[in-house]
Ligand binder design. Sequence first.
Ligand SMILES: [Zn+2]
Length: 431
Amino acid sequence: MGTIDRRTLLAGTAALALTACGGGKGGSPEATATKGPNIVKPEAGNVVTPADTAALRKKLNAAFKTRDVEQLVGVIDAEDYSLDDVRKRWTRRYENFDRMGVVDGEWYVGVPSGRTRNGAGGKVEYSGNLVFSHRIKDCDGQDVVESYRADFRKKTEDAPLELLRIGDADSYFDPSFWDVADVDVIEGKHSIVGFRLQDAAKAKRYAATIDAGAKRAFDTMPDPGGVTKVFYALTWKAVDGKLWGGVGTSEADAHAYRHPFLDPQELAAGQKKPSTAKGVPLGTGRVGLHEGSFTRSDFPRVTTHEAVHVLADQWGDGSPPIWVIEGLATWGEYGKDALLAEHGGLIRSGWSRFEKVAPKEYEAFHDPSVETIAYKSGGAVFAYLEDTGGRDAVYEVASTFYGNQSRQEAARKLGRSEKDLLAATKKWLRA
Ligand SMILES: [Zn+2]
């Protein structure tokens, strides 16, 4: 039940995507216009303006509102491209969104820098990001984004901006649960449980247990401003660990997928920048419950554990050590007293092994020979913090690690090294 450190695992993907954003088609009209000695007024020629992008965006959003795939397809001047993939993807999405009734969304069109002007007045043609952002009702404090590679054209100064192609979604965000099957949801008080239609009976059977698990997480963690539910998807072999841009690197029985809130308008212009909205939440997450999790005797705790991961994502997209991520979720899963009552012996006897793996990364931490000790001992650090400083001390340490780009920076801001934290916990445990 690991959470994937997506920043580490997908750094390559993200870097590629960003690099791709910078490259237009060879010999773009803009490049011709800016070369040479002539000083061209910035406004001169054929320029893609905010009014152009707003008009295209309006058409796309109108097509989303009507849930008419042909209206969406009608916005695209595809010429040689087949629209079969777009039709297929959005037909399924529209059906799923209608059935689920909890997802709303909208399109964003941006102006990527440097490629959207032809000073001589001729045709402007470029590739860029087309962004679709969505929210799951009560689960997402801000929009969750996804971007598609798209081609745009403005024939003349007076012509509208045209969309020529919607390509593949950036694998950093894709696929979503509603792209891989015909799905529906059960809404609880603290959870929304998504399932394939053929898993409806199973979802119904487990919905109350999952909802109770989510409630325990909300009772334990701070409220991410306006968020009252956690989204769980019942997954299956083919998609276990692979949704929402995740990658299946482990045999975990469940995954929490992290979504930092990126600014959709900035992403449409080619930049992955955090949302500028102030305060929390800075991110959200979704849970994938694999088939294997349902046969575990501790299934109710798994649902709480994963929800704690999701609620911790409100603190941002930093780089917490893996022991902080899993320790916090294990603390939330058991609660301070039960963790020590049930696993105090293991934690004390395995402490020195935990100290060896705590400074390390994902792979070492999840080594089967030490994984159980590492999870429970990480949990003990937060039990120590709660016992000596209350839950506020837990949140302060966890949120600082989640909110900073390096563990060293976080420790500096806390005024306390990881080594000190572990030493103090060891003393408290009498290990
Ligand atoms: Zn976990």
